[in-house]
Design a binder for this molecule. Structure first.
Ligand code: MG
Length: 384
């Protein structure tokens, strides 16, 4: 079975002002994704999600032109071979390009979708796992830099809906961040896990300042205090930090994770299947983390495809960490792309991979093409 055609669909939806969230990367005004469709000469159609890279039109163009020329005609079940051919031409020989890794991620996911359809097996089973509960945290783009009272109210609502772990956006001023974390801990009690994410917005001094209070509040991790390339700051903070660091959503391919793991600064790794090189590469990264006795905690991207695939991968690795639940109020790409949100919380705050069976439901998500066509690309930045 050969790859016959590849097509990328850059898609967007606007975020109404009342539902806009502020965090370390700005204020959300729209959300983007790039959906990748792969057609085979035997009529199967696979779908994947490439991260938008804040330039969805460019990622889509890369898929429709260069990647398409590279892989059309290749064996559609040869995920390793397709991965290697894109890596060789676009990443190895032209630097470790984030855009190429994102484009490859969507293509690789679509090929795994096709493998699922061929076998009529859910992804977790194809990857060697079984359906099992995975602890979820309330994350995604919410719990942002709002006034403390409103934040406490939102956190309590997520706990009331079943979450036993939540992630707070920090990276504001250290004083406000400390105030928010203390208030949420006080309101939720000690049984709920609190995670924090600075979205690369801290200086080393900021991070050192918040650490004692975060430790006192039992914060599980501080995510991305600094940009991924700022290895010196990570090493400096990790030497003294009483709270574990987490990173990985902006690390591309196993080669950047190798450096991250060698630096020995983080206690949690967070590959994003739609950024780091797809399902093929995330399984490799999870194994590398496993060798260091670290859990794999995938960062989730925007659509039901990424969320469902992340959950299947977590059910298939020997070191599953948290699943990042998306608690954004308005996310039609989560709820409507496949007709429903691809996961439901159980009474213990855990989620299980969706089963799915038959053509078009490899990850348990049946993509609605009319819905895609109704959400064309909106140009411009998604955070301002
Ligand atoms: Mg993050």
């Amino acid at each position: 079975m050969k790859i016959k055609h590849i097509k990328a669909y850059p898609v967007s939806f606007p975020v109404p002002a009342a539902q806009s969230v502020r965090l370390g990367i700005g204020r959300s005004v729209k959300r983007d994704a790039v959906l990748v469709q792969v057609l085979t000469d035997e009529g199967l159609v696979g779908w994947g999600e490439a991260h938008h890279g804040r330039c969805p039109g460019a990622i889509a163009k890369l898929i429709d032109t260069t990647l398409s020329e590279l892989v059309v005609g290749q064996d559609a079940t040869d995920t390793q071979g397709v991965w290697q051919s894109v890596y060789k031409m676009q990443i190895a020989s032209h630097g470790l390009g984030a855009g190429a890794a994102m484009a490859l991620s969507g293509l690789d996911m679509a090929l795994w979708d096709i493998r699922c359809q061929m076998t009529d097996w859910p992804l977790y089973r194809l990857l060697g796992g079984r359906s099992k509960p995975i602890k979820a945290y309330a994350g995604g783009i919410a719990l942002g830099w709002q006034p403390t009272a409103a934040l406490v109210e939102e956190a309590q609502a997520h706990v009331a809906s079943g979450y036993r772990a939540i992630k707070l956006r920090v990276g504001d001023t250290p004083a406000l961040d400390i105030e928010r974390v203390i208030a949420v801990r006080k309101a939720l009690g000690n049984e709920i896990d609190i995670l924090t994410d600075a979205n690369t917005n801290y200086s080393l001094a900021d991070a050192r300042r918040v650490m004692p209070a975060f430790a006192e509040c039992g914060v599980v991790w501080l995510e991305e205090p600094f940009p991924a390339h700022d290895r010196h700051a990570y090493r400096s903070l990790a030497r003294l930090a009483p709270v574990s660091l987490a990173s990985g959503e902006n690390h591309y391919t196993r080669y950047e994770f190798e450096t991250l793991l060698e630096d020995d600064c983080v206690g949690y790794v967070q590959p994003d299947i739609s950024k780091t090189g797809g399902i093929t590469e995330t399984m490799r990264i999870a194994a590398m983390a496993s060798a260091k006795k670290l859990t794999c905690n995938p960062h989730t991207s925007l659509t039901a495809l990424n969320m469902a695939a992340s959950l299947h991968v977590l059910a298939a690795v020997d070191n599953p960490g948290y699943f990042e639940g998306d608690v954004t109020t308005l996310n039609p790409f989560r709820d409507l792309l496949g007709g429903q949100c691809p996961y439901t919380l159980d009474a213990a705050g855990c989620v299980k991979p969706t089963e799915g069976s038959g053509v078009g439901v490899g990850f348990g998500v049946t993509v609605d093409v009319d819905f895609i066509n109704a959400h064309p690309l909106i140009e411009g930045p998604c955070y301002v």
